[in-house]
Design a protein around this ligand. Structure first.
Ligand SMILES: [Mg+2]
Length: 106
């Protein structure tokens, strides 16, 4: 992916210098992901996408995801790759190609 170390270092510094870590319980960070995801959805509410606003909201979602992973001592690339391996098993290409059904209906 790239500069994720620089990103988490910058986020830790940003949070640390403001003493906001005290507010970043896993529950609060999970709530914040959901809140920011709703703000992202709002960018597409009436059809025409507001891409400039969506970029900022997507960054907010990613930021809180990275902060939650950090808080839980999880490595983002690793957990995504581990989940992708599980999802590959649930959705074999031969069964799932071109279909949107849930794995138990393939
Ligand atoms: Mg936002």
């Amino acid at each position: 992916m790239g500069n994720e170390k620089a990103v988490i270092t910058a986020l830790r510094e940003f949070v640390g210098e403001r003493e906001w870590g005290q507010f970043h319980t896993p529950e609060n960070l999970a709530k914040s992901i959901s809140i920011e995801a709703a703000e992202l959805l709002e960018c597409f509410q009436w059809g025409d996408a507001d891409v400039v606003a969506a970029k900022d909201e997507l960054a907010d979602v990613l930021t809180y995801c990275l902060l939650l992973a950090d808080r839980l001592n999880l490595e983002p690339d690793t957990i995504v790759m581990e989940k992708l391996a599980k999802t590959r098993e649930k959705y074999p290409v031969a069964k799932a190609r071109g279909r949107s059904e849930k794995y138990d209906r393939l």
